[in-house]
Write a protein that binds this ligand. Structure first.
Ligand SMILES: NC(=O)c1ccc[n+]([C@@H]2O[C@H](COP(=O)([O-])OP(=O)(O)OC[C@H]3O[C@@H](n4cnc5c(N)ncnc54)[C@H](OP(=O)(O)O)[C@@H]3O)[C@@H](O)[C@H]2O)c1
Length: 355
């Protein structure tokens, strides 16, 4: 077994660890991790590894962590009922060659990893979906699925919540880190609603790229937030950058209708107490919590079907501008990880990796 490890208290340090392949016991299955996507979202899992228990999904040796990824794996061996060797699944995986799981609730759609150490962790991360029956799956879009599917799911829920709370009709919606995949997917979905005005906020270097996507009505650099008109607006904060947040809250003051804290792509610029900000207190948006709500409202299959319907046109559209960079082995993974960590990846490109 091979694991890509990151030092928990210094995310820039990483190394490979080799160990003897696990023996599987009755009730267990061994997955061979095939390929996974790597974006700023995975860096956020590491940044909040302790605070939000992301390190606990895939335990590693003391002081080190396995950063969770989204990708494909194949059941290499199985001693679990209803789980056949050779089954290809999509789900939450470690950057490792293998993962030992304890399948539960196995059926034609896949199974959940019922390992005891995961019992208290959010259930949205436990399901491994069999590609054979997955409504999202198409063999020719595997790369896009690894990169964008979890982010798109979040974006679908953001769009749904903004509409559900009537915020789409109360002035423009500002989205920070407008060049990120999560923001782009949210903007893509919001742009399909009548009367929505979208403002993309991004780094000056990415203004041209964001404007070129054609989904935001206006693109504004972080250095030009003052140029926005005053009036009611909502803020979807994907950057998590204290300075950007302060600039938006100060500019709009009490006219800011809602401030939704979604991400932390500017992970080294977090900070600043929310209580000191003008305008509404930012509310944390956590996709797994909204999944629980909409699963209760629509049923798990109902939610999946709605997201899958919205997914296919989005997936097709990204083919027009998103380029994937394939990498294999430790050196490629390390180089990609450091590039994503340092925010050096061109927003029109994204990494897909195999350890
Ligand atoms: N709350 C939830 O449930 C939830 C769910 C999914 C994702 N998210 C969050 O959404 C955020 C975006 O994730 P993604 O995977 O969509 O990102 P991505 O596509 O990899 O984002 C790339 C963009 O993020 C900004 N960025 C990335 N790294 C940076 C760095 N080191 N310094 C400064 N800027 C940096 C830049 O945008 P700009 O120049 O435009 O700022 C960059 O173009 C993440 O923080 C993720 O955790 C939250």
């Amino acid at each position: 077994m091979t694991d890509f490890l990151v030092k928990r208290d210094d995310l820039r340090e990483c190394r490979i660890a080799e160990s003897v392949p696990a023996e599987i016991e009755p009730g267990q299955a061994l997955l061979r991790v095939d390929t996974f996507g790597l974006t700023a979202n995975n860096i956020t899992y590491a940044v909040f590894g302790e605070a939000m228990n992301y390190w606990d999904f895939f335990p590693a040796e003391q002081g080190w962590g396995r950063v969770p990824m989204w990708g494909f794996a194949e059941v290499e061996r199985s001693e679990a009922e209803g789980v056949e060797a050779g089954t290809r699944v999509f789900g939450y995986l470690p950057p490792s060659s293998h993962l030992l799981v304890v399948p539960a609730d196995a059926d034609g759609a896949g199974f959940v990893d019922g390992s005891a150490h995961r019992a208290e962790l959010p259930s949205a991360y436990h399901r491994l979906l069999a590609t054979a029956t997955d409504p999202f799956y198409r063999a020719d879009t595997e790369e896009i699925q690894m990169l964008l599917r979890p982010l798109f799911f979040t974006s679908f829920l953001i769009d749904d919540q903004l509409a559900d709370e009537g915020l789409v009709a109360r002035g423009p919606i500002l989205i920070s880190s407008a060049s990120s995949k999560t923001a782009i997917a949210a903007a893509f979905l919001l742009a399909r609603r009548d009367g929505v005005e979208l403002v993309g906020l991004t780094s000056p270097r990415s203004v041209e790229f964001v404007a070129g996507l054609g989904i935001y009505d206006r693109t504004v650099g972080y250095d030009a937030i003052d140029s926005l008109e005053h009036g009611p607006a909502s803020f979807v904060d994907v950057a998590g950058d204290a300075e950007v947040r302060r600039a938006v809250h100060s500019h709009y003051g009490d006219k800011l209708v809602h401030s939704m804290a979604v991400g932390a792509s500017h992970w080294e610029e977090l900070g600043a107490g929310a209580g000191e900000l003008p305008g509404p207190k930012p509310t944390f948006f956590f996709a797994p919590t909204r999944v629980v709500k909409r699963s209760a409202d629509w049923g798990r299959d109902g939610l999946q079907a709605q997201v899958a319907d919205a997914w296919h046109p989005f997936c097709e559209w990204t083919g027009g501008w998103l380029e994937t960079i394939r990498g294999r082995g430790f050196d490629a993974l390390q180089a990609a990880y450091i590039d994503v960590l340092e925010g050096r990846v061109d927003p029109a490109r994204a990494h897909v990796l195999t350890l």
